[in-house]
Design a binder for this molecule. Structure first.
Ligand code: NAD
Length: 250
């Protein structure tokens, strides 16, 4: 399958979880990928695994702290220097905090807003000029079902993921003339290391409330990102793709 043939993607938080799954699927569909993360060793390992499964170098790992503009510039520059340009950005990096409004310290608030919200803005700001040079682009911002609905006990996370939803819609309108599509994905319960912020007892009710009665593998989000990244989604912009086993359908 070559749904992303000739395209170059930059994926933040690509060392593990959904970002790593997206990198594997994108390369399987013919793309070149640059994966950035703060987990440098794991990121290099993930890229090496991807390259070991193919015949040419298709994945590059680099250090990318999404809160730092200089790291973003270096990542975009790597896409252009090593693979000739940038067509797809997946703003996937994120952290969760399972703390209530009053329990959240100012430091924790700043950290989650900087990574989940400012990081998405900085990523788009850095990628757009490179996409303009290519004459088109696809930006996929990973929000959450918690960017659509509320729940008790993680207000900071909800705030950032709600912001990602409207950052995406606004950017979709702003860059439509440049043929840069911007969409958000809203995953439900996805079986990645991030779920470590909740206990098994806290997780079960969330699975029980999911009509499909299970959590998803990261690839089940990854295939949705493949679609949005590909030319199959040529008329899809400003949209929110919910991937939650029916959780928010109630
Ligand atoms: P994960 O924890 O496995 O992956 C997140 C990745 O982001 C990690 O590799 C981490 O090192 C990286 N990261 C954290 N801070 C960073 C920073 N400052 N700069 C660069 N990278 C950084 O979890 P995941 O489930 O793969 O999460 C991917 C995205 O999906 C996140 O935005 C998350 O909020 C969202 N999401 C996850 C779930 C879920 O149930 N797992 C549900 C809804 C949304």
């Amino acid at each position: 399958m070559e749904r992303l043939k000739g395209k170059v993607a930059l994926i933040s938080g690509g060392a593990r979880g959904q970002g790593a799954a997206e990198a594997r699927l994108f390369v399987g569909e013919g793309a070149k990928v640059v994966i950035g993360d703060v987990l440098d060793d794991l990121c290099r390992k993930t890229a090496a695994q991807i390259n070991a499964s193919g015949t040419s170098k298709s994945a590059i790992a680099l250090h990318l702290d999404v809160t730092r503009a200089a790291d973003w510039h270096a990542a975009v520059e790597t896409c252009e220097r090593e693979f000739g340009g940038l067509d797809i950005l997946v703003n996937n990096a994120g952290i969760a905090n399972a703390k209530g409004l009053e329990e959240t310290s100012e430091e924790e608030w700043d950290s989650i807003v900087n990574i989940n919200q400012k990081g998405v803005w900085l990523g788009m700001k850095s990628a757009v000029p490179a996409m303009r040079k290519r004459g088109a682009g696809s930006i996929i911002n990973i929000s959450s079902i918690y960017g659509l609905i509320g729940s008790a006990g993680s207000t900071a996370y909800h705030g950032t993921k709600g912001a990602v939803r409207l950052l995406s819609k606004s950017a979709a309108i702003e860059y439509a003339a440049d043929k840069i599509r911007v969409n958000s994905i809203h995953p439900g319960i996805i079986l990645t290391p991030m779920l470590g912020v909740v206990t098994r007892e806290e997780l079960q009710p969330l699975i029980d409330a999911t009509p499909l009665k299970r959590g998803a593998q990261p690839e089940e989000v990854g295939w949705c990102a493949v679609f949005l990244a590909s030319d199959e989604a040529s008329f899809v912009t400003g949209s929110e793709l919910v991937v939650d086993g029916g959780y928010t359908a109630h």
